[in-house]
Design a protein around this ligand. Structure first.
Ligand code: GDP
Ligand code: ZN
Length: 306
């Protein structure tokens, strides 16, 4: 009888998987039925059998996933870290809000990391802390670091010392630098100006790197900065805790919090209880999802008429 072993997919290339066996990376062929039934992605836990002793394996089955991030696709993430910078580049809070909404729906714990604090004057740092206080009040942990000056990294590391961790954020904010500084790795780091656009990162595959008890996900230009296709209008409001907690107070059931009278959300924005930029992000994402839903409806109608 062939013995099955539990393993984890570190990297994928079409039908080929690289899996972790006793701390080493081994090649595994993926059975056709696996490709057909569940698909297979980096981060998947899989049952494998040995094809050539100690050398080659076959993936027989994928363990049901805890979550699956899209673009690029990675499975079973435990924490997602969003790297934000206030200077060089000046990050858009909209991307942060979008990221937070995305990970809530995948049941992933977010951590906000403000990097490059060495570039901020005392006054700039004070302003930055005011802005981030909004997120802390919502329950999101915020860490302040400098990858360059190796400041705050120990705290961050103890926060991210287990599980499977992805780093998201705009290009040039220092994701690779942080991964290198924290885990003693050697991912390539680019100049901010060269990095606008595509093609700098030498990694072409999404890859899990094991460091102690942690898996760090290294991916080419991983961003998480798009509205996923499966997000519905309901998901948008439930992805903003300060909106979700007030919804039941709105005058109309099914209130979209855009212009309805008696809207508790708009009222809270006016009173300053909900930050303006957070509300703006909500509206912007809502519009994107609405437009998509309309388009789908329209396509369905067109199909029916034919
Ligand atoms: P990524 O695109 O998010 O992976 O960003 P990189 O790690 O490649 O870093 C982009 C640039 O920012 C590089 O030139 C880094 O040297 C620089 N950088 C990264 N962290 C810091 C920091 O804490 N302070 C300063 N001043 N520069 C940093
Ligand atoms: Zn409302």
């Amino acid at each position: 009888m062939t013995i099955r072993r539990l393993s984890r997919v570190l990297k994928m290339d079409r039908y080929n998987a690289w899996i972790e066996i006793d701390g080493e990376e081994k090649y595994a062929h993926v059975r056709k039925r696996v490709l057909r039934d569940t698909g297979i992605y980096p981060g998947d836990y899989v049952w494998v059998t040995e094809v050539i002793k100690g050398k080659e394996y076959a993936v027989e089955k994928v363990v049901p996933r805890k979550n699956l991030l899209a673009r690029p696709t990675v499975a079973n993430i435990s924490k997602a870290m969003y790297v934000h910078t206030f200077k060089n580049p000046e990050g858009y809070l909209f991307y942060l809000d979008l990221f937070l909404m995305n990970v809530i729906h995948q049941h992933i714990k977010p951590v906000i990391v403000v990097n490059k604090i060495d570039l901020l004057s005392e006054e700039e740092l004070r302003n930055a802390r005011d802005i981030m206080a909004t997120y802390e009040r919502l329950g999101y942990p915020v860490m302040w670091v400098s990858a360059e000056k190796k400041e705050g990294l120990e705290d961050l590391k103890s926060f991210l010392d287990r599980g499977t961790i992805v780093f998201a954020g705009m290009s040039g904010v220092g994701k690779s630098s942080l991964i290198n500084a924290m885990y003693g790795l050697n991912l390539s780091v680019g100049e901010v100006s060269q990095k606008i656009g595509r093609g700098r990162h030498t990694t072409t595959y999404t890859k899990l790197i094991k460091v102690g008890d942690t898996y760090v996900v290294d991916t080419p230009g991983f961003s998480l900065l798009e509205v996923p296709e499966d997000i519905t209008l309901r998901d948008v409001s439930s992805g903003f805790p300060e909106i979700a907690e007030r919804e039941h107070l709105c005058a109309y059931p099914g209130c979209t919090h855009r212009n309805e009278p008696g809207c508790a959300v708009i009222e809270a924005v006016e009173k300053g209880e909900i930050a303006h930029h957070r509300y703006e992000s909500y509206l912007k994402i809502w519009e994107v999802v609405k437009e998509r839903e309309e388009e789908k409806k329209w396509k369905r109608r067109k199909r029916r008429r034919r």
